[in-house]
Write a protein that binds this ligand. Structure first.
Ligand code: NAD
Length: 339
């Protein structure tokens, strides 16, 4: 039997990526929905053949407890709601996947981990790029020093935001582009170098549209320093299109992806030739891997601890930008169980 997944929040990511990916998964399938928008229900039921008894709203969502059609609850709500819904999901006794960023504070991340541990359920964060072959190759080349020791990283991710909605609301988003897409640069630098940074420095971009960016930053440059002196120069923005992960080594070799973080069309090049890997359905592989971890009682490679690590670094970067000071990174927060 395939494990059943219930998506919580039927916005763009659920509709455009996760539900279609769940048509390609081998170990799990879409069996339930949780939504606050009743008008969305008929189309989802029709398109994905969802039974009436597997349709919930935010009020009766706890009734998933005891529903044998649902094994995994996937939280795809605005960032500021992740903690509350992950904790409520854990209390139903179902396993949980939570979208990135895990939450809008380190304390919330810890509460989520604790709730899942207490309930005896697994928790994973939706870091799809850990299943993308070009990104896996960046990890291999960097961590194994295939082209020498990585001594410089450039990581940039941004897009021109339209209306923005909750993404421009500090309470619901937890921050601006850093929390939304800059998080991929933090991930990319760490999995390419294979280490935690020891400190961060950061500078906000000048805000052009003060009305739009009155709560969250428009963009940010930041630097992550590693213990051997390697620096990752990073940039994120809601005002320009950016999509790059590049590493340079002490033997003057380089390897890079651009675009690096997209759902498809990722391209890679190195000083020794192209990186040519097949395009995959990242979300399908990610969800199947979590289902496999449940079925075979294995640890997920993308646990809450990794989500907490990244949220911790995000808020260290904001502190560095706010104070203009270098902020050191607590090495006890390391969660390096990448692959
Ligand atoms: P979205 O705005 O398209 O969808 C959000 C959903 O939450 C909507 O269905 C909305 O109705 C619902 N919602 C419930 N309460 C809400 C409230 N108070 N305010 C606003 N919306 C509310 O957003 P999205 O792009 O689908 O993002 C959802 C989550 O998925 C975010 O955490 C985001 O970071 C994450 N995400 C991850 C990826 C990825 O590649 N892993 C890509 C996109 C989004």
């Amino acid at each position: 039997r395939k494990l059943g997944i219930a998506l919580v929040g039927l916005g763009n990511y659920s509709r455009g990526q996760l539900a279609p990916a769940l048509q390609e998964t081998k170990l799990c399938k879409l069996s339930g929905i949780v939504t606050g928008s009743p008008e969305k229900i008929p189309e989802w039921k029709r398109k994905y053949n969802i039974a009436d008894k597997n349709v919930y709203n935010y009020g009766n969502f706890e009734n998933i407890k005891g529903n044998d059609d649902i094994d995994i609850i996937y939280i795809v709500l605005p960032n500021g709601m992740h903690a509350e819904y992950t904790i409520r999901a854990a209390q139903t006794g179902k396993h949980v996947i939570c979208e990135k960023p895990m939450a809008t504070s380190v304390e919330d991340c810890q509460r989520m981990i604790d709730a899942c541990n207490k309930a005896g359920v697994k928790l994973s964060i939706g870091y799809r790029l850990h299943f993308e072959p070009h990104n896996l190759e960046m990890m291999r080349l960097g961590q194994n020093e295939v082209y020498g020791n990585v001594e410089k990283i450039i990581a940039e991710d941004g897009f021109r935001i339209g209306k923005g909605g909750w993404r421009l609301d500090k309470e619901l988003a937890g921050g601006g582009p850093l929390t939304d897409v800059g998080i991929y640069c933090i991930q990319g630098a760490i999995y390419t170098k294979g280490e935690m940074p020891v400190s961060v420095t950061a500078q906000y971009h000048e805000v052009k549209n003060k009305e739009k960016f009155d709560e969250v930053e428009q963009g940010l440059d930041w630097q992550m320093q590693f213990k051997d002196g390697t620096v990752a120069d990073c940039k994120t923005s809601y005002a320009e299109n950016l999509n790059l992960l590049r590493a340079e080594t002490d033997t003057n070799e380089w390897f890079e992806l651009s675009p690096a973080y997209s759902y498809s069309g990722i391209e890679g090049e190195t000083s020794k030739g192209d990186l040519d890997f097949k395009q995959v359905n990242q979300q399908a592989l990610q969800m199947d891997d979590f289902a496999d971890c449940i079925i075979n009682n294995k640890k997920t490679p993308l646990p809450g601890e990794m989500g907490l690590r990244d949220v911790y670094i995000i808020y260290a970067i904001y502190e560095a930008a706010d104070t203009g000071k270098r902020v050191s990174i607590d090495q006890n927060k390391k969660m390096l169980d990448w692959r």
